[in-house]
Design a protein around this ligand. Structure first.
Ligand code: TRP
Ligand code: SF4
Length: 341
């Protein structure tokens, strides 16, 4: 049986943090064995709300690619490619945009939430939404369908975008004939990771993230400042590990000794400083192989570029095929491929 195609994307606006790792990328590493896997570095999408900061996007393309390689994405199994190198995605976006109403985009729950966040951050200025930003779900539908993605591994917050893509595909196929593959969302079992400060979400902009690229000193500093049970004042006060972020992260990287941490904390036999130091040790052990790989790629930047270039070339071939089918379906294949103009 032919392998199904998985297509997923990530915006190059910063390095990967533990939330990305446990929520998404560790899953992609598993999926690459089983599926024909495509991972898009979505630089064009990142520019929708960073159009005034191209340096940030540019810098993070390589940071992110190195992160992906360091956590175990294998370029022999998965195709990592750069969105901006595939003009067919932009082309498809134009044709799909006829199939989506403005009000439907405004009702997209993911877009709605992001607009709300912008308003909270920028006040009045947050109200001026660009055409590009409002339309990014259409562009994301082009990302997915250009590569005939069957499955899209995403978190829950992205579900409305996949639904929007499915609607576009159905409408396209209805009007122009069966052409596009309708993708299905593949929800990961992993839930969203909390931040070091106890916030429900770990996020770069929230300042509560542990990055895979953090040095030992940074890990040390961040964990020492993490939220514990605030009711615990003295070293030998009994406490509740379930409200403590240090315990929360012990659960991720210190599975062997977890029971002891929990019991000792509840019994008041464990000081928070010692508990944090133990977590730091485990976290650094967890990060060690990732750091080693990162170091290798940082020392071989030409290899990183080669991976991106080869991945993009491979991806482009597929997008070109899709584009041909789409042009034919829309009846704009005027010269029957006789000539490439
Ligand atoms: N919107 C996604 C995010 O912000 C990134 C993304 C771009 C994506 N293109 C995609 C996800 C295609 C899945 C499929 O995380
Ligand atoms: Fe958290 Fe450990 Fe302190 Fe308990 S002892 S509150 S688990 S840091």
């Amino acid at each position: 049986m032919e392998k199904k195609t998985i297509l997923t994307g990530i915006r190059p606006t910063g390095g990967l943090h533990l939330g990305h790792y446990f929520g998404a990328t560790s899953n992609w590493v598993k999926l690459q064995d089983e599926y024909n896997t495509f991972i898009e570095i979505a630089d064009v999408q990142a520019l929708t709300d960073n159009f005034d900061n191209p340096d940030k996007v540019r810098k993070n393309v390589r940071v992110l690619t190195i992160d992906l390689l360091s956590v175990g994405i294998d370029p022999d199994k998965a195709t990592i490619f750069l969105q901006s190198t595939i003009p067919e995605i932009a082309e498809l976006t134009v044709f799909y945009s006829n199939l989506v109403t403005v009000s439907r985009l405004e009702r997209n729950p993911t877009v709605k939430t992001e607009i709300k966040q912008k308003k909270a951050l920028f006040g009045e200025m947050g109200e001026s939404i660009t055409y590009g930003f409002l339309g990014y779900p259409v562009s994301q539908a082009a990302d997915i369908t250009a590569f005939k993605g069957d499955l899209v591994p995403v978190g829950e917050d992205q579900l409305p975008l996949i639904e929007q893509c499915r609607e576009i595909v159905r409408k396209f196929n209805n009007i122009y004939g069966e052409t596009l593959v309708e993708p299905v969302a593949k929800l990961s079992d992993n839930k969203r990771l909390k931040g070091l400060d106890g916030n429900e979400k770990m996020g770069k902009s929230l300042g509560n993230a542990l990055f895979l690229g953090d040095s030992e000193e940074e890990v040390n500093k961040k964990i020492m400042a993490a939220l514990t049970d605030t009711n615990k004042i003295r070293k030998d006060d009994p406490a509740n590990p379930e409200v403590c972020m240090v315990y929360y992260y012990h659960k991720l990287v210190n599975k062997d000794n977890l029971e002891t941490v929990c019991q000792e904390c509840k019994a008041g036999k464990r000081g928070c400083v010692a508990c944090k130091k133990e977590l730091i040790k485990h976290m650094n052990e967890f990060l060690k192989p990732i750091r080693e790989k990162r170091k290798y790629y940082e020392e071989h930047p030409e290899l990183v570029d080669e991976i991106l270039i080869n991945g993009s070339k491979k991806a482009r071939e597929i997008a070109k095929e899709t584009m041909k089918d789409v042009k034919k379906a829309i009846k704009i294949d005027y010269f029957n491929e006789k000539e490439e103009i």
